[in-house]
Design a protein around this ligand. Sequence first.
Ligand code: HEC
Length: 125
Amino acid sequence: MKKRTIFLTLLLFSLFMNGCKYDFIMPVEVPPITGTVSFSTQVVPIFTAGTNCTSCHKTGGQAPDLTTANAFASIVPSMVNTATPGQSMIYTIPAPATSGHTWKKYTAGEAAIILAWITAGAKNN
Ligand code: HEC
């Protein structure tokens, strides 16, 4: 009888401990976007910095041409959808959650900047 009590106590205790399991899923921190997103100072550097995109998407290379000189003409209006910004090709194709475009994807922060720029009208500012 005593053994059984100890066993039940341990069983209940282990169940209780399992109930206290933590989930170590770190939320992705995306800094809030404040003010107007500038195409030239915020969007273009995503494409060109460290030849992030322009190693492939360069003049005479893979379309779209994302170099500083040609990025705007290459993606506006063909790859932006200002009516439904979330459906813009320049946003969806390299988005962090897509299964395609395995060469390179935006970080969550970069994707947020691209989306905010399109939402504000995809201006050449
Ligand atoms: C290592 C080479 C490489 C890099 C780096 C790269 N891409 Fe691509 N990208 C490609 C290739 C190849 C295709 C064509 C794929 C296809 O047609 O299925 C493509 C297609 C695309 C398309 C769709 C073009 C179309 O007309 O369908 C977009 C938009 C795009 N890339 C954006 C980007 C952005 C933004 C970056 C940087 C974050 C980037 N790519 C980095 C190779 C690359």
